[in-house]
Design a protein around this ligand. Sequence first.
Ligand code: PMP
Length: 357
Amino acid sequence: MNFEKLITKHVQKLTPYQSARRIGGHGHNFLNANESPKSEGYFLNSSSLNRYPDCQPEELIERFADYCHVHKTQVMAARGSDEVIGLLVRTFCEQEKEGVLIAPPTYGMYSVAAETNNVLVAEAERNEDFSLTADLLIDGYNKAQFPVKVIFIDSPANPLGTCFPKDELIKLLKALPDTLVVLDEAYIEFAPKDNDLTYLVNEYENLVITRTLSKAFALAGIRCGFAIAHEQIIKAMLKVIDPYPICDPVAQIAVQALSNHGVQMTLDRATACNERREKLRADLEKLPFVKKIFPSDANFLLVEFADGPKVFNAMAQKGVILRSFETKKGLKNCVRITIGSDVELEEVMRYLSALEI
Ligand code: PMP
């Protein structure tokens, strides 16, 4: 059989998302996927595993709506925010004719989700210092060669680390009322509280917020993320979602994580992570071959070294796996370091201090 011929043309051309797990690497200290360094304990009840789960488990949706102070009709749960990103593309963009707008460097799944679904991608410019404004996005929207249906903005941004300002978001929402503006808040629990903008979905019908339990909640392994948006947007995406996206054990664990106790633990975990981040920043600043450390409201630091590939490779040889952004727009010599445990970060500093560049 000619397998190549069997595969659709756009899939033949695809490069899948290079997730940390797909790239792999032999090591013992994985600081390349912005995961939490420690897993928590949960209870599991196996009495209903013979049954299909609800498409949108009620208790899960209610708890998450309470956590975000929105109504349950404004919430959808999915397999990580990655699935939400894909659903947004599939639900709102016409194949080959319409598409999405992104502002690189940004989270890689936005363009991969678009390409996988055969929709188009336009890029907006950032300022030289990597900051992003509503005007830059509006300019990107106007210059796109096709109708832009969805704009993806990560806030805090990955790998840049900082939040998109609220006044810029509102300006954008008002300027493009017929375009969906997606604010990806995967790292929001690490950011100062006033960056949490979920309440704005009550004021702006074109705003979608995505969230995840993968980062501050320390639950990347269960794949659970959310969309928060106007009820009609949620309803449209629920037409497209697979029949049983949330496995029963996933819902059980997520409900426990979203209890008052679980949320408090998450907020404490995020505070402790931020303290380790600032200690790492102070330690890195002392190294002569560190050129720049980007500001960060998230659980990672993006660092420009005098020789990024050398740092990345030397660390990998020691079994410390970081994430290189060498080939990404404007990020030559930049390496992202996830904020691991104290022990993991001490190991990073031990090896970096011994490096000669
Ligand atoms: N958005 C951003 C900005 C991310 O960095 C990531 C994960 N690296 C995701 C979304 C995906 O998270 P999830 O595990 O919920 O699919």
